[in-house]
Design a binder for this molecule. Structure first.
Ligand code: TXA
Ligand code: MG
Length: 338
């Protein structure tokens, strides 16, 4: 395929992108979570192109992005009351809800499942794009397995020549993918992937919120994945990532003891790293800051030729749970306790 075109977030360029989507092409799209690879959700041929561009296994379903709640009602049936309450509170925003799908949603989009994940994104460019086109199926715009893109340049890096265009809508605000939930019963939601809509926030609306065990553990071998994405390798840069638990002094001593030249460290802004000899990057202090920066920092380490990346372990409350979940997978569950 020819070079991928970089579009701006002007209304003329959004119109161009809407035409491309309606014509069955794949476009890199900005959202408030991460960049996506978008195509017309109900067009099975267009959706197949997403899987090809990404190198994604065909049984891993895509989220369908909508502009208004009426579109959700066309895609899904047996929508529980709780879905509407959560939509009222958190949409548009970084929450994906899984519900039984209608026949109009092709198997290609749902990965062969009889459910569909639906999200109403809040990024103004994305909202306008859906309004001018159709519901858009979109996974994160990384090559399968690699950290999600949070800048248009990341998408270009992974997808140049593989998709028609990318819209540059600025850096993704949240930086981790949406919270994915399903409904165990009328009052109970199960978090399949943590995100910026946190367990604490969901608990204000839902009677009962379960954090699925696969979020902090490798999927048990005898357990069927409630979300197909759980079984695949994820978020991994080329470098070998390790999570390091302990205080900053032990961290510095440990890093220096490795005596490795291509070692990079990612630490908190407030850490004192004077004694550290390895190349050091910072990713913020709060869960929100770290979520915003994490994937970009992992990509930077790769760009600078890192072989090993040591990452300070973040707290696990609030959006920290989402950060820790992504890091665990980037590190293939390798955690060093000092
Ligand atoms: O923030 C986001 O969610 C981004 C932006 C682009 O919207 N999208 C995204 O999509 O992260 P993706 O495909 O990279 O991750 C979606 C996850 C996958 O792990 C997939 O298995 C799961 O959601 N999923 C989607 N539909 C599902 C369904 N019907 N049942 C169970 N899991 C589902
Ligand atoms: Mg993804």
């Amino acid at each position: 395929m020819k070079e991928t075109v970089m579009l701006s977030d002007s209304i003329d360029d959004i119109k161009k992108a809407a035409e491309l989507i309606k014509n069955g092409c794949v476009v890199g799209i900005p959202t408030e979570t991460v960049y996506g690879l978008g195509a017309a959700a109900l067009d099975s041929k267009a959706v197949k192109k997403i899987f090809e561009a990404k190198g994604r296994p065909s049984d891993n379903p895509l989220i369908v992005h909508i502009h208004d709640i009426k579109q959700a009602e066309k895609l899904a049936n047996n929508i529980p009351e709780l879905f509407y309450k959560l939509a009222d509170k958190f949409w548009p925003g970084p929450l994906t809800m899984i519900v039984p799908k209608n026949d109009i949603v092709p198997n290609e989009t749902s990965g062969g499942l009889d459910t569909v994940g639906i999200r109403m994104p809040s990024h103004p460019v994305m909202r306008e794009l859906i309004r001018l086109s159709v519901p858009i199926a979109a996974p994160s715009a990384n090559r399968s397995g690699y950290p999600s893109p949070t800048k248009a340049s990341h998408v270009m890096n992974d997808m140049n020549g593989r998709i028609e265009a990318v819209i540059d809508g600025g850096d993704s605000r949240f930086g981790v993918e949406s919270t994915v939930i399903c409904f165990d019963d009328d009052k109970t939601v199960r978090i399949l992937r943590p995100g910026s809509v946190t367990k604490e926030m969901l608990s204000e609306i839902a009677g009962n919120v379960i954090v699925d065990e696969a979020i902090l553990n490798d999927l048990a071998e005898d357990r069927k994945a409630p979300s197909p994405g759980m079984k695949y390798k994820h978020y991994s840069p080329k470098a070998d990532v390790k999570i390091v638990k302990g205080d900053i002094d032990s961290f510095c001593r440990y890093a220096d003891s490795l005596n490795s030249e291509k070692l990079f460290c990612i630490v908190f802004d407030s850490d004192n790293t004077e004694s550290l000899h390895a190349e050091t990057l910072t990713f913020g202090d709060s869960g929100e800051q770290i979520a915003h920066n994490l994937f970009a920092k992992l990509r930077e380490c790769d760009d600078m030729g890192a072989e090993t990346v040591l990452v300070r372990s973040p707290e696990m409350d609030g959006v920290g749970l989402a950060v820790y979940n992504r890091l665990l997978r980037a590190a293939a569950f390798e955690v060093i306790e000092l």
